[in-house]
Design a protein around this ligand. Structure first.
Ligand SMILES: [Zn+2]
Ligand SMILES: [Zn+2]
Length: 263
C-alpha cells in the first residue's frame, strides 16, 4: 500500500490522502476537497484515481467530488447513512465492508459515529495498520460534535473502537490541528512531557511535513484517550465544581469536548 498525504494549504487546514496499489497504480482519494491537487499528485506518481471516499457528509470533505469525478470517472464511496445528504454516491458503505484498491490494498470500513452520526474511518489491512479517520480523531484531539454529531457517541467510538486498535496504527486525520490540540492537552494536563516535547516541533513545522502519530502516541498526548488521568480529572473539577470526585470516563470525555468547544 502506498500513501501520499496532500496538504491543502487552505484555511480549514484539510489533509487529503491518496492510497494506491503499488502493482496496478490504481488509487483511492480520501476527502479530496482540493481535487486538482489530488489529481496533480496522482499524475506525478503515475497513478489513476478510480475511487473517491468521503469519510462523512460535511462539505469540506465532499466539495471536490464533482470535479474529481468529472476528471477521472472515479466511483464515489461513502457511509450509506450519509449518501442521501452527499448525493452522487455510487457505493454506500456499512461497518465491516472492505474496499479494494487495485490488486493489493484492502481497507476495512469502521462505523465511527460522533462527529456526525454517519462517519466512516478506514483501517488498512497491512502489517503496520493505517487509520484514515476524517474528523473523528485528530492528532492530539477529537472532532467537534456541534454539526450533526453527539459527544456520547464519539466517546463510544473512542473507547470501543479507536483505543482498541493496534498500538502501531498510524493516524491520518482529515485536518492538521496538532499544535492547537497539544496546547489544549497542556491546558488540561500541565506538565505532560510527551505533549510538551511534540509541541516544541509542531509550533514551527511545515504542515506538509507534519508528524504522523500512532495510536500508542495518541494515548500519551491526547486528552480524549486519557480519561482516567488524575490531573485531567482534578483540572476538570476546577472548571465544573459540581462534578463528583471520581467521574466516569464518559462524563470526563463529554466535559473535555465541551471545554474544547469554547477553548
Ligand atoms: Zn466534519
Ligand atoms: Zn472537516
Amino acid at each position: 500500500m502506498l500513501v501520499e498525504r496532500i496538504w491543502s494549504g487552505n484555511f480549514l487546514r484539510n489533509f487529503h490522502y491518496l492510497i494506491a496499489c503499488p502493482q496496478t497504480g490504481e488509487a483511492l482519494a480520501v476527502d479530496p476537497l482540493e481535487w486538482r491537487m489530488c489529481l496533480t499528485a496522482a499524475e506525478r506518481n503515475g497513478w489513476e484515481i478510480t475511487q473517491i471516499l468521503n469519510t462523512h457528509e460535511h462539505s469540506d470533505h465532499t466539495g471536490g467530488n464533482a470535479g474529481l469525478k468529472g476528471a477521472t470517472e472515479a466511483k464515489v464511496l461513502a457511509h450509506a447513512g450519509a449518501a442521501a445528504r452527499i448525493g452522487g454516491v455510487d457505493r454506500g458503505l456499512a461497518k465491516g465492508d472492505v474496499i479494494r484498491v487495485g490488486r493489493t490494498v484492502e481497507l476495512e470500513c469502521l462505523d465511527t459515529p460522533g462527529h456526525t452520526m454517519a462517519h466512516i474511518c478506514l483501517l488498512s489491512r497491512t502489517e503496520e495498520p493505517a487509520l484514515f479517520c476524517g474528523d473523528t480523531l485528530f492528532n492530539a484531539g477529537a472532532g467537534n460534535c456541534y454539526n450533526g454529531g453527539r459527544p456520547e457517541a464519539l466517546y463510544d467510538t473512542f473507547v470501543n473502537q479507536l483505543a482498541r486498535l493496534p498500538a502501531s496504527t498510524r493516524v491520518y486525520p482529515g485536518h492538521e490541528y496538532l499544535a492547537r490540540n497539544l496546547e489544549f492537552t497542556l491546558d488540561r494536563e500541565p506538565g505532560n512531557q510527551d505533549a510538551e516535547t511534540l509541541l516544541g516541533t509542531a509550533r514551527h513545522h511545515d504542515p506538509a511535513a507534519a508528524t504522523v502519530t500512532s495510536i500508542a502516541q495518541e494515548k500519551l498526548i491526547n486528552s480524549f484517550f486519557r480519561l482516567q488521568n488524575p490531573r485531567i480529572i482534578a483540572r476538570l473539577r476546577e472548571a465544573f465544581p459540581d462534578l463528583e470526585e471520581l467521574p466516569d470516563a464518559r462524563t470526563v470525555f463529554v466535559k473535555l469536548r465541551e471545554l474544547r468547544n469554547r477553548w
